[in-house]
Design a protein around this ligand. Structure first.
Ligand code: HSE
Length: 439
């Protein structure tokens, strides 16, 4: 029997707890498959006295993750602390500096510092595993880094945040209020410590940054992502989308175009019965187009203790087998700076909901704003009037107007909406624009 793999775990929250439970439950199977044991040789978390529902026995406890990363007798450092900087970054750097393999679930850290950390790992000749950082239990990093390397990838997109998909699905199916559904997602352990990271699109953007690098051989470029969250999506939008034959999903999209690489995260309307529209609840999906393989769709649980621990355990087992691949397919020094396609080059059809005064001339002003920017409309519908105004003749009436454009320049649509807003007393609230994504 070979020497055991001695791992250190920093962070014993949802994922850390799930990992400890999985390693314990499957110990005999792992040992039989690998010919070596996996031993937890040290742990670290914020609060030593917290009841976590599992027993660590006499596993050495550390208060400082950096000290744990450098402790004698550790082969592999598992970072489950989270956060792009601070102790998570310091401890990963310390582990790599000490020549230890690293496995992390920390997408924020890699989205910000992925290229530098990959260089450090390669320089030290150690592994940097991050399967759990993208789409929870879906083995998408392994698929892109190993199984699909024979392909030229032209597009990768998906549903990359379970909390947002859970919220949008519940709003669709049960008409739940946004805040209530978010609380439910938090209670189930899906949401980030700060849920604005989920609903604001940051978490999906962190993951997209890693997928882009894997797909296109570019340096990880989180700051180049155009990002918009789901906070402004209302039940009126969900209902309108349904009537028009669409579902609203938070998508992350990275694609190569004639103008460079597009990286964007935003709510999008997708056709109701498409595969991506059917992905519901906390489930994630990643679609990849490769020139040889064609279209792939990987679907699975994107958050939660078991799914994420499964991905961390897979990386640990790879390390135990001796695998040491460049974290982003190519050696990090060969990753190219990203050439981002300017937003002005993007084309799509759009759903636009305008809250406007209900009075003569408003429709004409809307149509004129669109025409002046050369935006062609597929439909324009007045959806509702405020009933209260009917019984109170002095109250100004308001209404919602929903427009669907033909495929057109995104910049022109923005300019048209600005024109209508600037035209004077027409709109009563900011416009809602949602891209219609034909996938
Ligand atoms: N908060 C994340 C999500 C967890 O909701 O998908 C996994 O990154």
């Amino acid at each position: 029997m070979a020497e055991p793999l001695r791992i250190a775990i920093a962070g014993l929250g949802t994922v850390g707890g799930g990992l400890v439970e999985l390693l314990e439950r499957r110990r005999a199977a792992f040992e039989a498959a690998l010919g070596r044991d996996i031993v937890i040789a040290g742990v670290c978390a914020r609060d030593r006295n917290k009841d976590r529902g599992f027993d660590l026995g006499d596993v050495p406890w550390f208060d400082d993750p950096v000290a744990l990363a450098r402790a004698d007798g550790i082969d592999l450092f598992v970072e489950l602390i989270g956060g792009s900087d601070g102790i998570a970054k310091a401890s990963v750097e310390a582990a790599l500096g000490a020549g230890r393999d690293v496995v992390t679930a920390n997408k924020a850290l890699l989205a910000r510092h992925g290229t530098a950390l990959a260089k450090a790992a390669e320089g030290a000749g150690v592994a940097l595993g991050y399967e759990a950082a993208v789409a929870g239990g879906i083995p998408v990093i392994k698929a892109m880094r190993e199984a699909l390397v024979g392909n030229e990838i032209t597009r990768v997109y998906g549903i990359l945040n379970g909390t947002c998909n859970f919220i949008l699905t519940k709003m669709q199916d049960e008409g739940g209020a946004f805040e209530d559904v978010l609380r439910e997602a938090q209670a189930l352990g899906y949401a980030e410590a700060d849920p604005t990271f989920d609903i604001g699109g940051h978490d999906a953007a962190h993951k997209l940054a890693l997928l882009t690098s894997l797909a296109f051989g570019t340096e990880v470029a989180f700051d180049a992502i155009d990002m918009q969250g789901i906070e402004a999506i209302t039940s009126a939008d969900i209902q309108a989308a349904d009537e028009l034959g669409y579902r609203i999903k938070l998508l992350g999209v990275a694609q190569r175009t004639d103008h460079g690489i597009e990286q964007r995260v935003h709510p999008a309307m997708v056709r109701k019965h498409s595969e991506i529209a059917e992905v519901s609840g906390v489930t994630n999906a990643v679609a990849i187009h490769g020139d040889a393989v064609g279209d792939l769709l990987l679907v699975g649980p994107g958050a939660g203790a078991g799914a994420t621990a499964s991905a961390v355990a897979g990386d640990i087992i790879d390390v135990a087998r001796g695998w040491r691949l460049p974290p982003f397919v190519k050696p990090a020094a060969k990753l190219k700076p990203i050439e981002t396609a300017a937003a002005a080059t993007r084309q799509a059809a759009f759903y636009i909901r305008l809250a406007v005064h209900d009075r003569p001339g408003v429709m004409a002003a809307i149509a004129s704003g669109m025409a002046q920017e050369n935006v062609s409309l597929e439909s324009i519908v007045q959806r509702q009037s405020n009933d209260a105004s009917a019984s109170a003749p002095d109250t100004p009436k308001t209404t919602a107007v929903v427009l669907i454009t033909h495929r057109t320049g995104e910049a022109a649509v923005m300019a048209a909406v600005r024109r209508i807003a600037d035209a004077g007393d027409i709109m009563t609230a900011p416009a809602q624009l949602i891209r219609i994504e034909e996938l």
